[in-house]
Design a protein around this ligand. Structure first.
Ligand code: CP
Length: 297
């Protein structure tokens, strides 16, 4: 039995096969591949895209879905996550999808289950299906010729599970990451890191903008300080039409987008922005992941 905890759980060949399936699912039409299967989702952190994307993917494949409402679950009476998962596992689901703020938690739950676990994001550690859908979006755009394409990952790299999963995955397919980040959000990295995107923008093929993850910051700011910091940040790191010029750069963002802080309103409307295409591709990629892990094919 296989789990999807980090992108390293899938080999490159497995990922290319997964993408072949995702292409077949791209019209998001319904089929009966997972008819009779039951999938449980457990989101201990907020989500719009990932939770609904997994649920739609499962339903498009004909599976039933049980969403455990964490706020009204017995975790609020002191039950541990491990016991919660062991109890859900006793009801014989065919897969469990979990998001939690604790890094490494989905991995530690593997010994409590008899079905695949899909990590829907653990703290700042990993978000494997996001990275897979990001790579799929890039691959589709460049007709699967992505070797040596330069991708700038822009923003709060330190706190982003999307960045860490993409930094594991994208170089395996020949993409070249460049990190664009203020010193507060820097990570120790083998990749070129700059503070100013203008230094590298002429050689970019892709920009992946990230949200500043205030909820993961250990420092607290007053409202005034936060406003001042946000103003300073957006001046340098918000992706605008002026910054992009007429360059042929694919613009991505995992969402949620903080408008005019991460990406300007105008650039979100620009045809180079693939933000909603990422969301649509996400359903197809998650359909392929569920098929692979539940049917083992
Ligand atoms: N991209 C992403 O993980 O979005 P949500 O937090 O809305 O699921």
């Amino acid at each position: 039995m296989k789990h999807l905890i980090t992108t390293s759980d899938f080999s490159n060949d497995e990922i290319l096969k997964l993408f072949n399936d995702a292409k077949l699912f791209l019209d998001l039409s319904s089929n009966k591949l997972l008819e009779g299967k039951l999938i449980v989702t457990l989101f201990f952190e907020n989500s719009t895209r990932t939770r609904s994307s997994f649920e739609i993917a499962a339903k498009r494949l004909g599976a039933d879905v049980v969403n455990l409402e964490v706020q009204t679950s017995s975790t609020k009476k002191g039950e541990t996550v491990e016991d919660t998962v062991a109890n859900l596992n006793a009801m014989k689901p065919d897969a469990i999808i979990i998001r939690h703020s604790e890094c490494g938690l989905p991995n530690s739950l593997k010994s409590y289950v008899n079905c695949p676990i899909l990590n829907a994001g653990d703290g700042k550690n990993a978000h494997p299906t996001q990275a897979l859908l990001d790579l799929f979006t890039i691959m589709e755009h460049f007709n699967y010729d992505v070797k040596d394409k330069n991708i700038a990952i822009v923003g709060d790299i330190f706190n982003s599970r999307v960045a860490s999963s993409n930094l594991e995955l994208l170089p395996r397919f020949g993409l070249k990451p460049i990190l664009v980040t203020p010193k507060e959000f820097r990570v120790v990295s083998q990749y070129k890191t700059v503070k100013n995107i203008n230094k590298v923008i002429d050689k970019l093929d892709v920009i992946m903008s990230l949200r500043v993850q205030h909820e993961r910051h250990t420092f607290t700011l007053s409202d005034d300080e936060l406003e001042e910091n946000t103003k300073k940040y957006s001046k340098k790191y918000c992706i605008t039409k002026k910054m992009m010029g007429s360059r042929d750069i694919l613009l991505m963002h995992p969402g949620p987008v903080n408008r005019n802080i991460d990406i300007s309103d105008e650039m979100l409307e620009d045809p180079r922005s693939k933000v909603l295409e990422q969301v649509r591709n996400g359903v197809a990629v998650r359909m392929a992941c569920l098929k692979k892990l539940i049917l083992n094919q």
